[in-house]
Design a binder for this molecule. Structure first.
Ligand code: OAD
Length: 234
């Protein structure tokens, strides 16, 4: 059976590409109330505000480039003699821009648009508006194709299956504050995976990992990838 590495990533992996995290000192949730911009109720109350929030984030993400951590994970996928599966909570496209192919966006993506009325999906224009008609049903029911608090993340069955088969589970740049992602380490551990946290500092769930390495993602991720590839080539 081929070895399988499952990697969960969060905002910390994109921090050094210039994209803000949520809960750090200068994070997005210190400037915005997540109830206003990241819930279906917030969108119902003030859709223009929510669209403006995601339009700004889409513009930032469009200018960002992958850093050494994203590139190291793409190299791992190319060179590891088994499967590498990235489950990201990030809505940017930096893993794909770095060359990773096996990526699941459990919280959706900024480059997607979704029709609330008929659930049709299409590529988001750089600037989305609440009055944009759905190209399929023509109703002005456009929203960003991102997962908000209170909604079910994408791909949960696929993720659970992958966690149950993982030999190694790695969590990178995530605070461990948001479920269900925060529970993945326990799920992987339960099925016998070796669990590793790579983060700037210990996350809320750090004690649940068998191995931890702390430092900026652009340093600890390439180092871990080099160690993992060296280990498999012995
Ligand atoms: P957070 O902002 O909660 O956590 C970011 C983590 O990255 C923290 O643990 C930081 O210590 C770490 N970090 C910061 N800079 C780093 C660096 N240069 N290198 C490595 N680590 C670094 O972001 P997430 O855990 O991704 O959901 O947040 C999870 C979810 O909460 C998001 O997907 C979003 C948010 O609300 C929704 O909007 C639904």
């Amino acid at each position: 059976m081929t070895a399988k590495i499952v990697i969960l990533t969060g905002a910390g992996i994109s921090a050094e590409s210039g994209l803000g995290t949520f809960r750090d000192v200068d994070g997005l949730w210190t400037k915005y109330d997540l109830n206003d911009v990241a819930t279906p109720e917030g969108f119902a109350r003030n859709p223009e505000l929510v669209m403006a929030f995601y339009n700004a984030r889409r513009a930032n993400a469009a200018e960002a480039t992958p850093n050494a951590a994203h590139k190291a994970l793409a190299r791992l996928e190319a060179d590891f003699p088994g499967e590498v599966f990235i489950v990201t909570q990030n809505v940017d496209g930096l893993h794909e821009a770095a060359g990773s192919r096996n990526v699941l966006h459990m919280h959706g993506a900024l480059h997607g648009a979704l029709c609330k009325a008929c659930e049709h999906r299409w590529p988001a224009p750089p600037v989305m508006s609440v009055t944009d008609p759905c190209p399929h049903c023509r109703k002005p029911a456009t929203r960003p194709d991102v997962v908000w608090f209170g909604e079910i993340p994408y791909g949960m069955h696929v993720i659970s299956e992958a966690l149950s088969q993982a030999d190694v589970f790695v969590s990178i740049g995530t605070s461990g504050e948001v479920y269900p992602a925060a529970n993945f380490v326990a799920e992987a551990d339960h099925h016998g995976a070796h669990t590793i946290e790579l983060n700037l500092e210990p996350s809320a769930g750090a004690s649940g990992f068998a191995e931890t390495r702390f430092g900026p993602a652009t340093e600890v991720v390439p180092q871990w990838v080099a160690d993992e590839l060296a280990r498999t080539q012995k």
